[in-house]
Design a protein around this ligand. Structure first.
Ligand SMILES: Cc1cc2nc3c(=O)[nH]c(=O)nc-3n(C[C@H](O)[C@H](O)[C@H](O)COP(=O)(O)O)c2cc1C
Length: 344
């Protein structure tokens, strides 16, 4: 399929956020199944891939064919290394590259990477220009409001990104100092939209269809990106899309919705999933296990799906006792047995 840059960077305007340790291909495909647009990998360390042994780390670049268009997100501060890894990601199948200038984690910012790059726009500019020159695929950036309350620079940084040939900006308007506390300042998304001609995707604190619609209305953003609100609730994307139907906010759906009928014998319905229907949630978990098994070995599947199972159990009776038990499941058979007993 051939997509325009906008199809790849914005798509239908409803995206699932990159979440380290969470948003693996199986979860991304589920979000896509419920209508999310272009997907993005969790951040991949450019230095780790380039300087350490590549083949050990390329599993982080893994994607399922059915989640295209898909961007690989890279984090780093060395222009040559970032350019090299951007190229590697595209060779490995990525349809786009995203540069992470947003991560607040100490181990990342201490190395001058992630959101620390917002303090060094000159270096960030060199990274953006090097990556731009290295790949023809669309390149976007993900940024924060700035480093601290006294150094908010999302607007000027976004303009720099545009000048460096970036194809889009994803803005999570919290400072690095805030990490994930407090509220994201959506007014900054609106200010950025006004100054840019490339698309701006707003991110932060969307937990419902109403929130998504409000972000579009208040900021004029081209798209919204949803992270924590979709944990254990991938059907939130269907709710958001339903809430936007008939509005100009919802962009054309230029991707294929994955056909998961071979994995999911039962029909999944959003209303029943949202209402806590245990049989539906069990089917969804089985589906996630089957998708995860397409790219990962059994033990890893069990370990990774476990935390999602905990999220899927939220709000259900006796969920806390179940959560205490779930860690004993170390392989898929054990996990499925426990899931069947709780969601049976
Ligand atoms: C567990 C976790 C992991 C995250 N990993 C990444 C990441 O790898 N790359 C990235 O750009 N942002 C990452 N983020 C930030 C999210 O993409 C998003 O910007 C943030 O959670 C705000 O959106 P939300 O309120 O919809 O969750 C992570 C957030 C969380 C909670």
């Amino acid at each position: 399929m051939s997509w325009s840059t906008r199809d790849i960077v914005v798509g239908n305007g409803v995206q699932f956020a990159p979440l380290a340790g969470v948003s693996d291909p199986s979860v991304r495909v589920l979000c896509r199944f419920f209508g999310a647009g272009p997907t993005m990998s969790e951040m991949v360390s450019a230095h780790g891939i380039c300087v350490k042994r590549r083949y050990l780390l390329t599993d982080q670049l893994e994607l399922l064919e059915m989640e295209r268009p898909h961007a690989v997100q890279i984090v780093g501060s060395d222009p040559a290394i970032m350019a090299d890894v951007a190229q590697l990601a595209v060779e490995h199948g990525a349809d786009a590259v995203n540069l992470n200038f947003a991560c607040p984690a100490r181990k990342i910012v201490n190395g001058g990477k992630g959101s620390a790059m917002m303090k060094t726009p000159e270096l960030a500019g060199a990274v953006m220009r090097a990556v731009r020159a290295a790949v023809t695929a669309p390149v976007s950036v993900k940024i924060r409001a700035g480093w601290s309350a006294s150094s908010i620079n999302a607007v000027s940084f976004s303009k720099l990104a545009e000048d460096c040939g970036m194809d889009g900006v994803i803005l999570h308007p919290r400072t690095r100092e805030q990490a994930f506390s407090g509220k994201s300042d959506w007014s900054l998304i609106g200010e950025t939209v006004k100054e840019l001609s490339i698309p701006v995707i707003g991110n932060g604190d969307i937990k419902s269809a109403d929130d998504a619609r409000r972000m579009f209305e208040e900021t004029g953003c081209a798209g919204v990106m949803v992270g924590r609100g979709a944990l254990g609730r991938p059907w939130l994307f269907a709710e958001i899309i339903e809430g936007l139907r008939g509005t100009s906010f919802l962009g054309p759906q230029n991707h294929t919705v994955p056909d998961l009928s071979e994995f999911a014998p039962a029909t999944l319905t959003v209303a029943e999933l949202a209402a806590g229907d245990v049989a539906q949630r069990r089917e969804l978990i089985r589906l996630q296990i089957a998708l995860s098994a397409k790219v990962k070995p059994d033990l890893i599947v069990a370990r990774e799906v476990r935390k999602h199972v905990i999220w899927y159990s939220r709000g259900l009776p006796e969920a806390s006792q179940f959560r205490a038990k779930i860690h004993t499941a170390t392989d898929v058979a054990g996990l499925e047995a426990l899931v069947d007993s709780f969601f049976g």
